[in-house]
Design a protein around this ligand. Sequence first.
Ligand code: ADE
Length: 267
Amino acid sequence: MRCDVFSIFPDYLSPLNLSLMGKAQAEGLVDLSVHDLRDFTTDRHRSVDDTPYGGGAGMVMAAEPWARALESVIPAGSEVQRPTLIVPSPAGEVFTQARAEELATEDHLVFACGRYEGIDERVLEWAAGHFVVRPMSLGDYVLNGGEVAVLAMVEAIVRLIPGVVGNPLSLVEESHQDGLLEYPVYTKPSRWREADVPEVLLSGNHAKIARFRRDEQLRRTAARRPDLIARLDPAQLDRNDLEILHIEGFAVQNGAVRSVASDPGEN
Ligand code: ADE
C-alpha cells in the first residue's frame, strides 16, 4: 500500500517510523511518504492560511497550496482507479474498525491534515475529480489538527495488511472484530496481591474457556457500550448469550436486541 500524508508539521508523523509501522515500511508492506504542505506554497512567507470569508474566529487553510500538494500525488491513470483522500475532521464520518478493514484493501491512501478552522471547502470539491474523498472523524471531540487522527487511522489500517502483525490470530480475537469488546486477559502469577486469575482459565477445558470469554465479552459490552449490544444480530446469539444479555438487562424484541432495564429516571 502507498500512503501519502500532507501536513504543516511533518515531524508530528515521525512515530509512524517506529515499532510495527516502521517494520512494515522496512519490509516494503507499506510505502509511506510524509510531505510538508509549505513546500507547495509560492510566496516568500510560505503561508498556508488566510482569514475566513463571512467572518468568524481563526484562520482557514487556503486552497492553492492544497491543490498543488494533492496534484503531486495523483498517479497517471487515476481516472480508472482513484486514490482515496482521507481528510481528518470532527465533521467527518466516524472512523471505525469496519472502515479500517475497508481501507486496508486499498492500494493508495492520501491523508490531508488540516489545522486552524479547516481547509477551504472548494479543495474537497475539486479533489473529488481525482480522489475518492472521505472526511473522517476519530470521534466526537476536537483535536488541534488532523495529525493525531492520521497517526491513529494509519496504525489501525496498516496493522490489518497481511504480514504486518506477526501472528494473524491476534487480529481475530480483539475488540470490535465481532461487534463486541474484547474479553479480559491475565498472565502469571495466577495469584497476585490476593487477586486470583478466574479458575476456569487454569482448567485446560477449551470449551469452558471459550464460553467464559464470550460471557465476559457480552457483560463488558453491555456495561460499557450498550450501543454495540443494540447492533448485534439476534440470529448470531445462542441461548447462553441471550441468558447473559437478559441478566444484563437486554432482550430480543421485534428482531432486535433492546435494553429492557428500567429507566432510572422513571421513579
Ligand atoms: N481534527 C480535529 N478534530 C478531529 C477529530 N475528532 N477527528 C479527526 N480529525 C480531527
